[in-house]
Design a protein around this ligand. Structure first.
Ligand code: GDP
Length: 287
């Protein structure tokens, strides 16, 4: 898949992480709760070694709570990994992250032995929002475009915790092509080579398989469309997305479906599940 991920910045991130890792007590990996596998950065796993890792399933307000719990149980099967759901609109949840950090590094966290935690995450998972919330002041730029942190930042938090923010950009998973679609469907990546219509078709197929009831409720359907193309056709006609000759404007209906999915109008939706990922990994390993 031809996605431009600023190779220079990625190289810089890799180099810096490698350099600081020996002094890091805890890795905090910010993930998107809707896609904890696809929003993971393979490099973090590779460079982390045995360092404890706190996986934060952020934007949990947009994810299916049952699936989030499944993911937490699944991720915590790995030694030295804790996983937690986070909705950053809830201040108390943000504060409990500080408690967790201290719990995970019990032998440190005093004036003479501060805790060093490295925070990382692919663009748009909410890493900057979290840094600002933990610090209680604006440190990192937030927004939808990937902001490139230029230098390694050291942020002092309450409780003798030093947060290291990685410069450069970390990339998501690319070895599983479905991950590209899921990242695009969630809105995490925009400048992809996959067309908007294809992403909507992928999302439609997924919703039909995993969330048929939500589709029925949201769009008032008695019966479900037969497949993703039928879904886009039906929704397009219903919403008046027509072009000359009465044909459905697929790009327009694709935008509607994807916006509703991303904004949570279809309810909280998780875009991948542990058993599905295991099956996909087994499939790709055979190829
Ligand atoms: P970064 O690129 O990882 O630093 O991501 P940002 O911190 O800039 O956040 C990207 C977008 O996600 C912003 O629009 C945030 O407001 C939004 N965001 C962050 N955390 C949450 C959350 O818990 N729930 C929801 N719904 N949105 C969030």
């Amino acid at each position: 898949m031809a996605i431009q991920w600023y190779p220079g910045h990625m190289h810089k991130a890799q180099k810096q992480i490698r350099e600081v890792m020996p002094n890091v007590d805890l890795v905090i990996e910010v993930l998107d709760a809707r896609l904890p596998y696809s929003s993971n950065n393979p490099l973090v796993f590779e460079l982390r070694g045995g360092t404890p890792c706190l996986k934060i399933l952020n934007k949990s307000d947009l994810a299916d709570p049952q699936s989030t719990q499944q993911w937490i149980d699944y991720l915590q099967q790995t030694h030295n990994v804790r996983a937690v759901a986070l909705d950053q609109q809830k201040q108390t949840q943000v504060q409990s992250i500080l408690t967790l950090i201290r719990q995970m590094v019990p032998n440190k966290g005093s004036a003479d032995k501060p805790i060093t935690a490295l925070i990382c995450g692919i663009p748009n998972v909410g890493k900057s929002t979290l840094i600002n919330a933990l610090a209680g002041r604006i440190i990192a730029k937030t927004g939808n475009e990937p902001a490139v942190t230029k230098a390694q930042q050291k942020i002092r938090l309450d409780g003798y915790i030093t947060l290291l923010d990685t410069p450069g950009i970390l990339w998501p998973k690319f070895d599983n092509e479905n991950s590209g679609y899921r990242l695009a469907a969630s809105g995490a990546i925009k400048d992809t080579a996959i067309s908007h219509d294809d992403v909507a078709a992928f999302a439609g197929e997924y919703l039909l398989a995993y969330y048929p009831q939500r589709l029925k409720e949201r769009y008032g359907w008695q019966t479900l469309p037969s497949d993703e193309i039928d879904l886009l056709e039906t929704l397009g006609r219903q919403r008046g997305c027509l072009v000359r000759g009465g044909h459905v404007d697929f790009t327009k209906v694709a935008t509607i479906l994807l916006s509703e999915l991303r904004e949570g109008t279809l309810g909280p939706i998780t875009l991948e599940h542990p058993e599905q990922i295991e099956a996909e990994e087994a499939h790709f390993a055979q190829l």
